[in-house]
Design a protein around this ligand. Structure first.
Ligand SMILES: Nc1nc2c(ncn2[C@@H]2O[C@H](COP(=O)(O)OP(=O)(O)OP(=O)(O)O)[C@@H](O)[C@H]2O)c(=O)[nH]1
Length: 203
């Protein structure tokens, strides 16, 4: 089964202090790193933001898609991803997790089933932006968006979600849980730089 992939690359980066989606590790922007990785496993990769002119790279299988709405929140990015995806299942990831290991996608893919969303859970934390969303929930998400409810966790009770919480299996393919490092602040960035210098980007 073919899947689509979406890199959410918008938002305001308030905690980071400058646009984190174009911040670099080992010479590549976070968004470019993910584009390279995902273009190797999917023929339908979307980079999604309100202004894609900030990106200067081009890869086979990667297209730039503009957010469907002005509001800035991951929900808008997910709606845009589902609206534009070629395939039924869309792997959503966020530009601020560039150390993602694609093996995590394979692992989750093998657990796709008859539900709307599949998300990893580690130590009780739900990773809302590292998982699979099915196109069939687009209208539900649009309804919530129109009602002004933007928080994903407020919408989940309405969805049929499967939580993948087998941390043993996750660690088998991503020993140090690099896929789940979120770069929100300059401190997070320094940490990610150290790791990238040590273990590389995996591209
Ligand atoms: N396409 C798209 N992506 C978004 C949007 N809002 C956030 N994102 C992305 O979603 C991910 C998580 O965003 P957050 O870190 O929660 O929010 P942020 O606005 O980027 O950062 P803060 O201002 O520090 O909260 C990041 O990779 C953002 O680039 C949006 O409106 N559209």
């Amino acid at each position: 089964m073919e899947i689509s992939c979406a890199i959410l690359a918008g938002g305001q980066s308030r905690r980071f202090g400058s646009d984190k989606t174009v911040a670099k590790l080992c010479g590549y922007s976070f968004t470019e790193i993910l584009s390279i990785k995902l273009s190797k496993i999917s023929s339908d990769v979307m980079v999604i933001s309100k202004d894609n002119s900030k990106f200067d790279f081009k890869y086979k299988n990667v297209r730039f898609v503009n957010d469907e709405f002005e509001a800035q929140c991951p929900l808008v990015g997910i709606i845009t991803a589902l609206e534009n995806a070629v395939n039924e299942w869309v792997f959503i990831t966020s530009a601020d997790s560039p150390l993602l290991k694609v093996e995590i996608i394979d692992l989750l893919y093998n657990h796709l089933g008859n539900y709307d969303v599949l998300l990893p859970v580690i130590d009780g934390k739900i990773y809302t932006l590292t998982g699979f969303y099915n196109k069939r929930i687009l209208n539900i998400l649009l309804d919530y968006f129109r009602k002004g409810i933007y928080r994903l966790l407020d919408i989940y009770p309405e969805l049929n979600i499967s939580y993948f919480n087998d941390v043993g299996k996750i660690k088998k393919v991503d020993t140090n849980l690099l896929s789940f490092i979120n770069i929100n602040t300059k401190g997070d960035y320094e940490y990610a730089k150290e790791i990238a210098e040590k273990v590389g980007l995996g591209i």
